[in-house]
Ligand binder design. Structure first.
Ligand SMILES: NC(=O)c1ccc[n+]([C@@H]2O[C@H](COP(=O)([O-])OP(=O)(O)OC[C@H]3O[C@@H](n4cnc5c(N)ncnc54)[C@H](OP(=O)(O)O)[C@@H]3O)[C@@H](O)[C@H]2O)c1
Length: 295
């Protein structure tokens, strides 16, 4: 068997088209333009490239978008004041602070300072709490993107054995939680593995859907999965550079080996990555609608 490739690039394109239409309608019918600010502290090259991609997408969709670059040595207090300014700005509906932040700044304090109604990254404890109990909230972008990919690809999640590798707050824990919610894209039986899991292969071999977010290249090999599994590879590992200086990326699973056994698999790049940015845009549109009383 050679797996169907789940193209995040294609699904993201489709969702962006839908969002573009929605934004145009919001502007024409209600005079509302979704506003997104991305705050970048310092010049970490990966962060610069993520923020640039987010701004470009926001611009392409017709958002009011602001790129706010701050120096590496900005104090925690100054950053908190900046967030407060955007919390109060009626043109801004979504605030994204690019992580990681320099060591002298407490990330938790920064996340908690964002108005939960503008927390389009879905990291504020209010949104996390709402997600866990199944209330309307801003879902964190990467898990939201995974959910949307599974739904749009027609993968049956109800009753499925889902195994998640990784338990971070931004991917592992929220996707595990979303997969067990009693609603579309959920209703799965979920197992979460991490570095203290005994015999990880025992769990991964049972998976109908395997979601891997370990941040370790090829941590999952073909002998660790069963025939017909659906694999979502969240990992982005920089394993070298091309002669032109471009980063060479690979995921967390052995793509070439596993694609011969799997029913479907996401590639890296072109899988979860484009979905993450798209869900940030979807959340910002939702925030603008809520702000304007349209949702
Ligand atoms: N494409 C996207 O949009 C996107 C978005 C976010 C993240 N990512 C990528 O996804 C990966 C994970 O990100 P993250 O932020 O969740 O990483 P993280 O915070 O480093 O968490 C990694 C998790 O994987 C577990 N883990 C690591 N090695 C393992 C192993 N050998 N066996 C079992 N579990 C293992 C860790 O377990 P412990 O808790 O026991 O340490 C931890 O829970 C990274 O490559 C990141 O770049 C991609």
């Amino acid at each position: 068997m050679s797996a169907k490739i789940i193209s995040g690039t294609e699904i993201a394109k489709q969702i962006r088209e839908e969002l573009k239409q929605e934004v145009q309608e919001m502007k024409e019918k209600h005079g509302v333009t979704p506003g997104l600010v991305t705050i970048l502290v310092g010049e970490n090259p990966a962060s610069v490239s993520y923020v640039t991609a987010k701004q470009k997408t926001a611009h392409d969709l017709g958002f009011y978008s602001v790129q706010d670059n701050q120096p590496e040595d900005i104090s925690e207090e100054e950053l908190l004041n900046l967030i407060d300014k955007y919390n109060k700005d009626p043109k801004i509906h979504g605030i994204l602070v690019q992580l990681p932040l320099p060591k002298h700044i407490d990330e938790t304090k920064v996340i908690n300072a964002i108005d939960p109604d503008k927390d389009v990254d879905g990291f504020h404890p209010v949104n996390v709490g709402r997600m866990v109990i199944g209330e309307r909230c801003f879902l964190p972008c990467t898990p939201h993107g995974i959910l949307e990919m599974l739904i749009r690809t027609g993968v049956e999640t109800s009753g499925a054995e889902v195994v998640v590798v990784g338990r971070s707050n931004i991917v592992g824990k929220p996707i595990a939680n979303l997969m067990l919610q009693k609603r579309e894209g959920g209703n799965a039986t979920v197992t979460v593995c991490h570095t203290r899991t005994k015999d990880m292969a025992f769990h991964t071999r049972r998976a109908d859907i395997l979601i891997v977010a370990a941040g370790r290249p090829k941590v999952i090999t073909a002998d660790m999965v069963k025939e017909g599994v659906v694999v979502i590879d969240v990992g982005v590992n920089r394993i070298g550079k091309t002669p032109e200086g471009k980063a060479i990326l690979c995921g967390d699973v052995d793509f070439d080996g596993i694609k011969e056994k799997a029913a479907a698999i996401t590639p890296v790049p072109g899988g979860v990555g484009p979905m993450t940015i798209t869900m940030l845009m979807k959340n910002t549109v939702q925030a603008a609608k809520q702000f304007a009383g349209l949702a």
